[in-house]
Design a protein around this ligand. Sequence first.
Ligand SMILES: [Zn+2]
Length: 269
Amino acid sequence: MPDDTPIPPEDAPTEVSAPPPEPDPGSRRDPAPEADPPAASPDPAAPAAGPDVLAAEVRAELAEPEPEPEPIVPAPLAAPLPAGRLADMVEADRRWMDEALAMAAKGLAIGELPIGAVVVADGEVIGRAFTQEATQGRLLVHAELLALDQADRVVGGRRGRAVLYTTLEPCLMCLGAAATAMVERVVFALDSATDGARELASLWDAHRHARDLPSVYLPPVHGGVGTEASRALFARFIATRPGPTDPLALWAATLVTPAAPAADPPAAG
Ligand SMILES: [Zn+2]
């Protein structure tokens, strides 16, 4: 953790004899920045803290009372944008989502789930993939993860200026990868009620705001771009499956025919 508190030189008189005043219990959640504990010195000649010292430090840390957790409040995932920039962004989003949909169609053509993703930075695709579970016989080869991995090899996804486009609401793994890759935004086409992670991420985002950690970045996530095209690909996918009880067909059916909203009460008369 970055800490600008100056560390006194080792030969300076220490000030530990005067204990700091007890903090007000009410201000317990906002402690003043503390100096780093005397960690192992980078000087190889200096003795490093032995296991006993480290264990004592860990025990002391564990003895500290846990601060009360902050209440979890879902935070808005995207800040409003000026109208002009918003219009440009909407047009770009449609164009790049078309690329992601083309990847999904490619996957479908070889028997994969129709899920495609592209990562775009500075107007250029730096990652492009479709889900490859059938081809590779593996489970972690989601389109988004593969595309993010490609982008990460291009100067770390151009360091925070990339946008991930995916034809299906990303799962927890892929949204986690997008956050770790520090993409600027995530745009998806079709909601996935059974395994999409957008809602869960909104809770995570609230934690991030509560702690004010700028190095932990959760990109804004929004859907609804290219929804019908993505839904149509899943309908075609279902038609390729052996039958309606096929597990993947059952799952895809939840995307094609979302659960109906609660029925209206019968009309009187
Ligand atoms: Zn995924």
